[in-house]
Design a protein around this ligand. Structure first.
Ligand SMILES: [Zn+2]
Length: 62
């Protein structure tokens, strides 16, 4: 899967965060940079969020 905005190849955290932040059924996924711009958060915050969801056992991140 690639970022809908910039075309960059996405990792699991990026697709997982896109689903969490936009919609579980989202077809459009974004890279950390584009998610950050869209939601006005830093890359570091997004990485922390991914880590938090993973620790909480969210299946999107395992
Ligand atoms: Zn992007």
């Amino acid at each position: 899967m690639n970022c809908t905005a910039c075309g960059k190849a996405l990792g699991r955290d990026e697709t997982g965060l896109s689903r969490k932040l936009i919609s579980r059924a989202a077809r459009d996924c974004y890279c950390l940079d584009c998610l950050g711009k869209r939601f006005h958060v830093s890359r570091a915050q997004l990485q922390e969020m991914a880590e938090h969801f993973r620790r909480a056992g969210c299946t999107l991140f395992t």
